[in-house]
Design a protein around this ligand. Structure first.
Ligand SMILES: Cc1cc2nc3c(=O)[nH]c(=O)nc-3n(C[C@H](O)[C@H](O)[C@H](O)COP(=O)(O)OP(=O)(O)OC[C@H]3O[C@@H](n4cnc5c(N)ncnc54)[C@H](O)[C@@H]3O)c2cc1C
Length: 417
């Protein structure tokens, strides 16, 4: 079914009884050309672009839980293309362009809203750093505007500008950045892939990867064995565990990251704001809740829930920047498992096993990458050649040290920055 204003009107007048299922729930077939492990944003986007860009539809996405239950439905939904380093800047620029036409491509309302993102700075040194970043963004073809204190005040007057320790010196404004409804992105890609013939198999965990003579032959799952010529691993925080099924040890640590939402408030924040002196970022959802997050919890974990010290840390940063949020009641908090790579940049590459491909290492920032990552991973799997914007995301950079992209300057110690 094609979603349209006419369809909504018709369904509204006929009791909403005619909406078809958005995607099927098939049992796995014994064999596919391609099996994608992981039905998060990246896995579903990969399946969609395999079908749409390469005509490859004999594809299954095998998901351990339900669609949207992983990080794709747990993030703070920030979408942006404000990366600086070569390799990252091209990739995220490409991804943002895909975002800008995604809802039309998918015929699905993912509530993508380019409401702008404002990165604050609080010292002369930080201003220089953001000016440099802004120049890199502009030379990449993206937008950036350096604002002084008054420029920031005109946009978000309720910040604590005169804070004694961390006064606001200005901000880098990226107008094309914004937010989207996270689980709708998963559903839109699932529907688009299913519509083209991809089987999406939920509640089916991969428990083993079959390899013979250095070549992948398929996967073992809780619903039986599935043969496949090619297999893609796209399981975010579980990357280390699934790659271990193929005998691989990845340069990935899994850490929990928490997020928070307040009760619904009247509209008061019409863009994303990030704090330059604490790890704190905030936006307001269309339902009215203030959605915010901060740093990783300070230990590796596979538990998708966080602990209280980080709650205190994030709220402290929020109160320092925006004291008015102290009046709001916190509705809930949750966590997701982040696949942290040593240089903070992802991996989209073949492995040493023929037919086995790897997509991981998205750290805090993989939601904005969903369409770009799916597009590039589909290209790699279909053609066996890297897609140009993602060609720097090689696995062997952690062995050779050549081509590391340490965007945040945090090195291997993501949990200590
Ligand atoms: C609190 C929080 C805030 C964030 N904020 C942002 C943000 O504002 N902007 C941004 O760009 N990014 C953000 N991120 C990061 C982003 O959400 C992730 O990088 C991205 O969603 C990861 O890719 P994914 O969607 O494919 O992951 P997931 O949705 O986690 O998908 C992986 C899937 O693999 C499945 N899986 C695992 N093991 C198996 C198995 N053995 N067999 C079958 N399936 C398996 C899982 O069940 C899961 O559904 C945030 C993350 C969190 C947790």
């Amino acid at each position: 079914m094609r979603y349209s204003a006419w369809a909504i009107l018709k369904q509204g007048l006929t009791g909403n009884a005619g909406w078809p299922q958005a995607w099927r729930s098939p049992d796995p077939r014994p064999e596919y050309d391609i099996v994608i492990i992981g039905g998060g944003g990246h896995g579903l986007a990969t399946a969609f672009y395999l079908a749409r860009e390469h005509g490859l539809t004999n594809v299954a996405v095998v998901e351990k839980g339900y669609l949207g239950g992983g990080n794709v439905g747990r993030n703070t939904t920030i979408v942006r293309a404000n990366y600086m380093l070569e390799g990252n800047s091209q990739f995220y620029s490409h991804s943002l362009k895909l975002w800008e036409r995604m809802e039309g491509d998918l015929n699905y309302n993912a509530m993508h809203s380019q409401r702008g993102i404002l990165n604050l700075f609080h010292s002369d040194g930080q201003r220089d750093m953001f000016a440099r970043r802004g120049n890199m963004m502009i030379s990449q073809g993206d937008d950036a505007e350096l604002l002084d204190t008054e420029g920031v005040r005109a946009k978000v007057p309720f910040l604590d500008f005169e804070n004694t320790r961390f006064p606001v010196f200005g901000g880098l404004y990226h107008a094309r950045g914004g937010t989207a409804r996270h689980d709708a992105v998963a559903w839109g890609f699932a529907r688009g892939a299913d519509m083209r013939g991809v089987d999406i198999i939920q509640n089916c965990a991969v428990t083993g990867i079959d390899i013979e003579n250095g070549r992948v032959r398929g996967v073992q799952t809780t619903k039986g064995a599935i043969r496949a010529k090619k297999v893609g691993i796209v399981v975010a925080g579980r990357s280390g565990q699934v790659a271990a099924m193929a005998g691989m040890r990845l340069p990935i640590e899994s850490h929990v990251l928490q997020a928070f939402v307040t009760e619904g408030l009247k509209p008061c924040l019409d863009m994303v704001v990030t704090y330059g002196m604490g790890h704190f970022y905030i936006s307001q959802s269309d339902k009215g809740g203030l959605v915010f997050g901060g740093d990783l919890d300070f230990y590796p974990s596979y538990a998708a829930r966080g602990n209280l010290p980080m709650v205190e840390h994030v709220i402290e940063a929020g109160m320092t920047l925006m004291p008015m949020i102290g009046r709001a009641r916190l509705l809930r908090s949750w966590g997701g498992i982040m696949d942290m790579s040593p240089d903070g940049s992802p991996i989209i590459d073949k492995t040493h096993i023929e037919g086995l491909y790897l997509n991981c290492g998205w750290c805090y920032g993989g939601f904005k990458a969903v369409p770009g990552s799916g597009y590039s991973f589909a290209h790699l799997i279909a053609t066996d050649r890297p897609h140009a914007p993602a060609s720097r995301y090689r696995l062997d950079r952690f062995e050779t040290g050549i081509g590391l992209m340490d965007e945040e300057g945090t090195g291997a110690q993501h949990n200590l920055h």
